[in-house]
Design a protein around this ligand. Structure first.
Ligand code: ADP
Ligand code: MG
Length: 605
């Protein structure tokens, strides 16, 4: 099923006009083109490395259909547009945001063999009509942004769970999975969940030698905004992307930067509507305006090579998300800088969001019973808003649907964004309940691990580049073309002037933080634990008992490894004396929150 032999280098030149492969690309392309049977491939490369080419070139060289699964409509659109310019009439996309006539036309072209590449969203595989139309025609099955298949990743999509089955059913010769964000754990999870068979693993290093990494700890938002403005006013600091955590944060910071810099600053977030958003993107890309303040909605598919600074005005939820966004700086290889501004209160906000995103048994029950009740005939079709009243709820709902899919209870089908459709495979019985409970617990632990990793980065006192590479399992020695990071070159902080001559002004955790961490650990550890175990958790112990119970997934795990066991134990005993904690006694005494009623607990706090 493979096209006329031609050297891959000349195919690269002919189709894309590139004179050479980038590291890793040729190896990936070779694994799925040529005379031997195509092999599964796992491509792990940092953002901007050129992952798309690893499947786009094979798609154009082969004479069967390459099916590309991509999680975001905007990503698909970008890729299809640029491929269409290279190979007119040979690429198409299908998604639920287009009208059904356009989707049907694309499907006909896929079925009659005139397409080389078809881009689809993952939920498309719930449509029997779609599966039958392309079955037997698919050579390569591509899963882009494959970390979405992993609950350990930062952007889990339940629809990704069924992709392995779909690829097998369609008779695909090989699966190519690509991602920028795989830690070794996520990489293993991707291989397992997509059922990759002895895959060719293509990993380029994660190091970005031309980027300098700086973490600036600030006491207040006002200080932070002044320092961001100062950093952007430095010569050569722009074009710059400034990420803010919320829409409101974007508007506020854009306003304050406009005043401080005395020039136009763009704002970009999902609340703006399609046209203003597209205009902002266009003006930034063309260089018309050189600073954009945005939420994380900005960036996927934005391919501007000469970004000199990426600023984060607050700490993102995971190191994966951080590195992906920071990685948008300096794609042209020239020196560029990633500045992360951390405020003490960011940490509390993370805890708040993690706790708020927690799925409880009651929600799983509610969703399952609604679907079961509506789906008496084996199919369900419900209004998503009935089950989720706001966007936090939506996220929780997405997680629950994912658990139900993974537990084998339901199989979602394509649906507009506000509906849930699919088939019911089995009743929501004791087995399914238990499976969901395990998945919920796993998800929570994964979020706490992400929390710990990003804060270890922010608060760590070692080389930041090394910390990132270690996190991503990159064992090569770090290489820096510039000054590396603020730990290796504290002078880098001088370029971000602040009230104390550029020094960090973050504060160390206080005794009060330790008390709260002890209380939180006692309340959330399951099974509960005694005095010494709590101390071990807070100090980041690695004992078998501790790991078996996943205590390393608790929020405060390892947060107090700078204290001695005696110091932590002293505080635990202090809390017992103060009546906030008590021991259950018996031969395996456990700690429990001490006060008999909420009012008393508050009074003694
Ligand atoms: P990502 O790994 O983030 O998915 P992309 O596939 O979007 O990266 O590629 C980033 C940019 O690199 C694109 O503009 C692409 O055209 C360019 N690119 C990819 N491969 C090559 C190459 N071999 N030579 C030159 N430019 C390339
Ligand atoms: Mg990509």
């Amino acid at each position: 099923m493979v096209g006329r032999p031609m050297s891959l280098a000349s195919a690269l030149q002919q189709h894309f006009g590139f004179s050479a492969f980038r590291p890793g690309q040729e190896e990936a392309v070779r694994a799925v083109t040529g005379s031997s049977p195509a092999r599964d491939v796992l491509v792990v490369m940092p953002t901007g490395a050129g992952k798309s080419l690893c499947y786009q070139l094979p798609a154009l060289v082969r004479d069967d259909l390459t099916l590309v699964v991509s999680p975001l409509v905007s990503l698909m659109q970008d890729q299809v547009e640029s491929l269409e310019a290279i190979a007119p009439g040979r690429v198409a996309l299908i998604n639920s945001q287009r009208d059904s006539a356009a989707n049907a036309a694309a499907l006909r072209c896929a079925a009659d063999g005139s397409l080389s590449a078809l881009y689809v969203a993952p939920e498309r595989f719930g449509s029997p009509g779609f599966l039958e139309a392309v079955r037997g025609r698919v050579g390569l099955f591509v899963v882009d942004e494959a970390h979405c298949v992993s609950q350990w990743g930062h952007d889990f999509r339940p629809d990704y769970f069924r992709l392995a089955d779909a690829a097998r059913y369609l008779g695909a010769q090989a699966i190519i999975a690509s991602t920028a964000t795989a830690t070794p754990q996520v990489a293993r999870d991707i291989e397992r969940r997509l059922g990759l068979r002895d895959p060719v693993r293509v990993t380029t290093g994660f190091d970005r030698p031309n980027l300098d990494f700086v973490v600036v700890r600030c006491g207040t938002a006002a200080v932070k905004h002044r320092r961001i403005a100062a950093a952007l006013a430095e010569p050569g600091a722009t074009p710059a992307i400034v990420y803010a955590g919320t829409r409101k944060g974007v508007d506020r910071l854009a306003e304050s930067l406009r005043a401080a810099l005395g020039r136009e600053v763009l704002a970009y977030h999902a609340g703006l509507g399609r046209e203003p958003r597209a205009a902002a993107q266009r003006r930034f890309m063309s260089g018309d305006v050189d600073v954009v303040v945005a939420t994380n909605a900005f960036g996927m598919g934005v391919d501007k090579a000469d970004v000199r600074t990426v600023v984060h005005e607050s700490v993102p939820g995971s190191l994966e998300a951080y590195y992906q966004e920071a990685g948008r700086a300096g794609r042209d290889g020239d020196p560029a800088r990633a500045l992360l501004f951390a405020e003490g209160r960011d940490k509390g906000l993370h805890v708040f969001f993690i706790q708020r995103s927690e799925v409880d048994d009651a929600l799983v029950e509610r969703v399952a019973s609604t679907l079961m009740f509506r789906g008496m005939d084996g199919r369900y079709d419900v209004d998503a808003r009935e089950l989720a009243s706001d966007s936090d709820d939506e996220e929780r709902l997405r997680a629950v649907i994912g658990h139900l899919v993974q537990a084998g209870v339901i199989q979602p089908a394509p649906a507009p964004a506000d509906r849930l459709r699919g088939r019911i495979l089995t009743p929501f019985d004791g087995r399914a309940r238990a499976a969901c409970r395990t998945l919920v617990a796993e998800g929570t632990r994964a979020r706490w691990r992400q929390y710990r990793a990003i804060w270890a980065y922010v608060e760590g006192d070692g080389c930041r580049r090394q910390a990132i590479l270690t996190h991503f399992g990159d064992t090569l020695a770090p290489v820096a073309h510039g000054q590396c990071c603020d730990v290796c070159h504290p002078a880098l902080l001088a370029a971000v002037p602040g009230p104390r001559g550029g020094a960090n002004d973050g504060r160390e955790p206080s005794g009060g933080d330790l008390d709260e961490a002890i209380m939180a650990t006692v309340e959330s550890a399951s099974p509960g634990c005694g005095r010494t175990r709590v101390v071990e958790i807070l100090r980041g112990g690695r004992s078998r008992r501790l790991l078996e119970n996943s205590y390393d997934g608790l929020p405060a795990y390892g947060q107090f490894d700078h204290l001695t066991a005696a110091e932590v134990l002293g505080r635990v005993d202090g809390l017992i004396t103060a009546g906030r904690l008590r021991s259950t006694g018996g031969s395996y005494p456990k700690l429990v929150a001490g006060a008999p009623s909420g009012r008393l607990a508050e009074a003694s706090a």
